[in-house]
Design a protein around this ligand. Structure first.
Ligand code: FNR
Length: 384
């Protein structure tokens, strides 16, 4: 039997519960990272190297944690980042994640590499909205891996549009799949052991092929799934085809931020894919700081999002002080879904939301637009 969900009091507590629930294959898939895990660890560690300069005796009895994201009001300054094959986390997969998130008013980014079709996932969101009498401000966005076949890419974008996703987030850090060490070890063991029947403790891990031409579960790539030939020129037709809020997911350099601004996209997500792609990637915080130093104008020209290693409401606020519009959270939601289904997703959201609010109060701000870079001391990172 699982521990009662109330025993999870931080967003990281779901991990140990999930480890007991998940099959080895699913555990390896979610917890693995490129090479030695350097960048995954740096994502987490770097947030703890900066700290607040709290202010006291400011009226904080009325709190507002809402944030405008790409033209819509979000209940929270964080959202669930895209994760593939959530059927490997829980049999309820993406629709169950979405139900939990919608109940809490939380925005969710749906991966191209989902186990259910994008229409089924949207249906769960709409159904939950109906049950809540349309009181939930929650929105779904779609993360796009661009299929090599352009006609498939275009029809996928049209389906996303027709289904009613709010924004399109094109992943640009996946010209190939990163070398995920833990996946390789497991694969090598399985190859040596020969064919055997795999019993998945937590549902199927197959990518829905109707949805996507995207990387398969377990880090093996389906030929023709992700376009290694993708360039900035492709963003032109993607942008025309989509004709709505567009965000580039996986920007890691100041130069590329400049190019994104030139292109005129609405947003960028600074991300190293949770440390799963290039080995020795900068942590998401390092990228954010570089942009502050070398191209601060960016924050006035587009919305800057960040993901990677954010595990506490305080981390969320640190990113916002430094200019982020909102942040994405990945693995904690995979683990929460694996452990407790929709209830876990709700609980994880409550935990982060409460931490955001108590940290705001002790920082001396009552709304998120009062957050400023001066409220953060980054000297420990800069002196290194
Ligand atoms: C991911 N990520 C990801 N990104 C993407 O663009 N498309 C995808 O299908 C996936 N799939 C995926 C699966 C799993 C199991 C993980 C852990 C991550 C990356 C994800 O969107 C996000 O960038 C990171 O997860 C953020 O880091 P944290 O919060 O997990 O540290």
């Amino acid at each position: 039997t699982l521990p009662d969900p109330s025993l999870c009091v931080t967003a990281t507590d779901f991990e140990k519960v999930a480890k007991d629930v998940l099959s080895e294959k699913s555990w390896v898939y979610v917890s693995s990272s490129a090479a030695s895990g350097l960048s995954m660890k740096a994502n987490i560690d770097d947030w703890s190297l900066i700290n607040f300069r709290p202010r006291i005796l400011r009226s904080v009895d009325k709190m507002d944690t809402r944030k405008s994201i790409l033209g819509s009001t979000s209940q929270f300054p964080f959202f669930v980042s895209a994760m593939g094959t959530l059927g490997s986390s829980h049999p309820g997969a993406e629709p169950l994640l979405v139900r939990g998130a919608t109940r809490k008013g939380l925005n969710t980014m749906i991966s191209t590499a989902s186990t259910k079709t994008l229409e089924e996932i949207m249906d769960a969101h709409i159904d939950e909205q109906r049950l809540l009498k349309n009181q939930s401000p929650s929105k779904l966005s779609f993360q796009l891996y661009v299929p090599v076949d352009r006609s498939k890419a275009k029809s996928l974008i049209q389906r996303v549009k027709k289904a009613g996703f709010q924004s399109l987030w094109v992943t640009v850090d996946t010209s190939t799949l990163g070398k995920r060490t833990a996946d390789r070890y497991l694969q090598a063991q399985e190859n040596l052991a020969g064919p055997k029947e795999t019993v998945l403790k937590a549902g199927t891990g197959e990518v829905n092929s109707e949805n996507s031409y995207a990387p398969a579960f377990g880090g093996r790539q389906v030929p023709g799934s992700v376009d290694a030939g993708l360039t900035w020129e492709d963003l032109d037709w993607i942008s025309k085809e989509w004709n709505g809020p567009l965000v580039l997911k996986g920007i890691q350099s100041v130069e590329d931020v400049k190019m994104a601004v030139e292109l005129g996209v609405q947003g960028i997500l600074l991300s190293n894919h949770g440390g799963r792609q290039i080995h020795s990637a900068p942590s998401s915080l390092m990228t954010l700081l570089e942009i502050r130093t070398y191209y601060p104008e960016a924050f006035d020209k587009l919305e800057v999002f960040v993901d990677g290693g954010l595990r506490d409401g305080a981390d969320v606020l640190k990113a916002l002080c430094l200019g982020a519009t909102a942040v994405g959270v990945g693995r904690p939601y995979y683990y929460a879904l694996a452990a407790y289904g929709a209830e876990g997703v709700e609980r994880c959201t409550d935990i982060l939301a409460e931490e955001v609010e108590i940290t705001m109060k002790m920082l001396g701000v009552s709304s998120l637009d009062q957050l400023r870079p001066e409220m953060i001391n980054t000297s420990r990172l800069e002196n290194e």
